[in-house]
Design a protein around this ligand. Structure first.
Ligand code: FE2
Ligand code: FE2
Length: 167
């Protein structure tokens, strides 16, 4: 089902479709993170990815609750955007040999995923409120806040790395 398919007629359809999109994305991210933990060399970055893996599991649980509250079947729809981001991350990481450069590449890839999630959750929170689903909005906002905090932590790790290199 595409964005402009006839299956999306109302704001409610659009909300559900986007919910299915992020549900798929979170599950793909959950699958990709162990590999990023494995590849990261900085212990802080490794720990950061491990923490985010646990957070991602919690986010998936919240999404399941949103599906339940909204009375729709919990399922994902393929999201080519997150597939592309993760595929690119894999390609780039596979080509880098220098450990410090590899960490920088992993951080950049992870931030691309975080920004994707932030835009989706920002939209979903707004639409949930518009649809009168404050219960769903508050769960989605918790996911949004975790993504934003993760993005900030990644920025900090990137800057620390750059500072270490400069020192
Ligand atoms: Fe997430
Ligand atoms: Fe995330």
């Amino acid at each position: 089902m595409g964005w402009f398919s006839k299956d999306i007629a109302t704001m409610d359809d659009l909300f559900v479709h986007t919910l299915q999109d992020i549900y798929y994305a979170e599950n793909q991210i959950k699958k990709a993170l162990p590999d990023m933990v494995e590849k990261a060399t900085s212990p802080d970055l490794k720990r950061g990815f491990e923490t985010h893996l646990r957070e991602t599991e919690g986010q998936i649980t919240r999404l399941k609750e949103v599906f339940r509250l909204h009375g729709v079947e919990e399922k994902g729809v393929t999201c080519p955007a997150i597939d592309g981001i993760l595929e690119e991350a894999n390609d780039v990481a596979g080509e880098v040999e220098d450990k410090q450069v590899l960490d920088a590449a992993l951080i950049a890839a992870a931030q691309a995923a975080e920004h994707y999630e932030i835009t989706r959750y920002g939209t979903l929170v707004a639409w949930a409120k518009q649809l009168g689903r404050n219960d769903c909005a508050s769960l989605l906002k918790q996911n949004l806040d975790e993504e934003a905090a993760t993005d900030e932590k990644l920025t900090k790790l990137a800057l620390d790395g750059i500072n270490r290199k400069a020192a």
